[in-house]
Design a protein around this ligand. Structure first.
Ligand SMILES: [Zn+2]
Ligand SMILES: [Zn+2]
Ligand SMILES: [Zn+2]
Ligand SMILES: [Zn+2]
Length: 581
């Protein structure tokens, strides 16, 4: 071997960005005392503000953060905190050509501070907080609130709930600091209840039916269902200081002091998509999993075919990114307002409207959306719509699609490509109807999601707490008693044809189901009213089908009107006789 004393200087070889990222990360792992350094700088910052909002977006490109960094000089002189640079995005913009890679200096795109370096890995420091938070989240992280002082964090609601969350900031901070109670954690409850099977779990607040962001339950509650902390704090603040747990089997009293965070569920919520409501509890792994890990989304499968599972997953991640982008856009609120200002309730009432199932996929509409050119009230699910948008944007993807559509499936108006800067971006040509979505969400558990209730909802009349359940046994069954009931409803004075009682009522006297129509028409307010017989509150109503059948027989046999009847209850039989006869 001959050693050339003057080897020719090698031409600069273009380094690949993934290789550089690995190099930088490796160098960062070797940093000594970095956590302490970082902490010290954090402290300086926390003197100025207690919290920061983390949106997990690269401040340069708005792309999701994968690995957050500071430029070295910005970190040393501690220039800024909540503007985040993603390493990959920065390198793509500033270090992807041989000319760029020959320079040994970067200028910070945020504060213009210059960072000189010999080797590329010296140019950056990791943003520890962002990277730690990022690792706790799934593919598309939600916006979060981070508290410097307590190092606590929680995901943020959007829109109106987001404002409330801000208002109850201090109470939330207090709860997040509270010690975790092992018995009140999801997996521990599953163990104590001996759950030996996998089951579907809906992550809806038992009080407000909204999607749970910060899951809490009372220390005395022994069920899986939780409440959303913000919804609870609002309720305590504006309605009542405490209430009986809304779960039918649970006797505990819910108040602020007794609440405990369910960290298991909290962690699962962080990992799940912003627009998902349900989990599967996997009995083998003893874990809550996003329902999609188990099954393919039919909204997507109905749109195109897949040959391999990997192909599906690839596609799903693309579509969901788009769904998430549209779902979390603040434009939804504005566009929804616009739509309902332009279209009167009377106009909407005269249109045909299918709420429950999407006409294109046959699936439940969970994320109702329409395009900005749509004039009709009818929506379809955002996941299906996003498949169309994605294909419009990437014509190469039309291969596997049975039916290629370049227009809104609802109104048939074509989508437009963004050519000039002032053109509307494709993902802004579709919006979620926030009003309709709220309606669908609060009516979860309703037997009927229907247009009439929606119209009432638009008129601010429908109150979600009034529901009619007919899956429960009559309270009269199995008893032995002789008692009198009035045949005129004590509330509405209507003849009782469809007997119902409040959920807390244990008296034989029923009410007529027509009171719910009166409530929805705004003539009475059942939420403000206590039961005129037993003084309890109405959370919902239970229909008594057993008594209803008996009353029908009685009416058909006794054509003469009478005000009261005598009930003779013998186990599972009732005889009804007119009173005073
Ligand atoms: Zn800077
Ligand atoms: Zn409970
Ligand atoms: Zn349309
Ligand atoms: Zn009552």
């Amino acid at each position: 071997m001959i050693n050339d004393p003057n080897p020719p200087k090698p031409a600069l070889i273009l380094k690949e960005i993934p290789a550089i990222i690995l190099e930088v990360k490796k160098a960062h792992e070797q940093l000594k005392n970095y956590e302490k350094d970082f902490e010290e700088r954090t402290k300086k910052f926390s003197n100025l503000t207690q919290t920061m909002t983390v949106n997990f977006e690269c401040s340069l490109t708005r792309e999701p953060i994968k690995y957050a960094v500071f430029l070295a000089e910005c970190f040393k002189s501690f220039k800024h905190y909540d503007s985040i640079i993603d390493l990959e995005q920065f390198l793509k913009l500033n270090y992807s050509s041989t000319a760029q890679q020959a320079t040994k200096v970067f200028s910070c795109p945020i504060c213009k501070t210059q960072t000189k370096f010999e080797n590329i890995e010296q140019a950056f420091f990791p943003h520890l907080i962002i990277n730690q938070l990022r690792s706790k989240c799934g593919e598309l992280p939600q916006h979060m609130m981070y508290n410097f002082a307590d190092k606590t964090f929680y995901p943020l609601h959007k829109g109106k709930m987001g404002n409330l969350q801000n208002a109850y900031f201090e109470q939330i901070a207090k709860l997040m600091k509270k010690e975790i109670r092992p018995q009140s954690q999801f997996y521990q409850i599953a163990q104590s209840l001996n759950e030996h099977f996998s089951f579907l779990f809906y992550n809806n607040c038992s009080l407000s039916s909204i999607k749970v962001m910060i899951p809490v339950r009372s220390q005395k509650c022994n069920h899986f269902e939780v409440y959303d902390l913000t919804a609870l704090l609002y309720h305590f603040d504006k309605k009542e200081k405490q209430f009986k747990c809304k779960r039918p089997e649970c006797k505990s009293i819910i108040n602020e002091d007794d609440l405990c965070l369910d960290k298991d569920l909290f962690n699962s919520c962080l990992k799940s998509y912003s627009f998902r409501f349900s989990f599967i509890y996997n009995k083998d792994k003893r874990q809550l999993e996003d329902i999609l890990e188990e099954k393919q989304d039919i909204n997507l499968v109905k749109y195109r075919q897949f040959n391999k599972a990997s192909e599906y997953l690839n596609y799903q991640s693309k579509i969901y990114k788009l769904v998430d982008q549209i779902y979390t856009s603040p434009l939804n609120q504005d566009r929804t307002e616009e739509f309902y200002t332009k279209h009167t309730v009377d106009q909407i009432a005269s249109e045909k409207l299918e709420f429950k199932f999407c006409q294109f996929t046959g699936q439940r509409i969970e994320l109702p959306c329409r395009c900005i050119r749509c004039e009709q009230i009818q929506t379809c699910d955002l996941r299906y719509m996003s498949c169309i948008l994605n294909q419009f944007q990437n014509p190469a993807e039309t291969k596997m699609v049975g039916n290629v559509i370049d227009s809104c499936p609802l109104c048939k108006n074509p989508f437009t490509k963004k050519v000039k800067p002032k053109d509307i971006a494709l993902n802004e040509q579709v919006y979620v109807d926030v009003k309709m979505m709220n309606f669908i969400t609060i009516t979860t558990g309703f037997l009927n999601i229907n247009k009439k209730d929606f119209i009432n909802f638009l008129n601010n009349k429908l109150i979600s707490k009034v529901i009619v359940k007919n899956d429960q046994e009559s309270i009269l069954k199995g008893k032995q008693a002789i008692t009198t009931i009035k045949l005129k409803c004590p509330i509405s004075k209507l003849k009782i044809l469809r007997p119902i009682r409040g959920n807390n009522c244990i008296h034989p006297q029923p009410f007529e189901q027509g009171i719910i129509d009166l409530h929805q028409d705004g003539e009475i307010d059942l939420n403000q009213m206590n039961c005129p017989i037993c003084e309890t509150k109405f959370d919902y109503f239970i229909e008594d089908n057993f008594l209803k059948d008996q009353l029908q027989i009685f009416y058909s046999q006794n054509l003469e009107e009478c005000d009261s009847v005598r009930l003779n209850i013998m186990n599972d039989k009732i005889s009804i006789k007119p009173r005073n006869q």
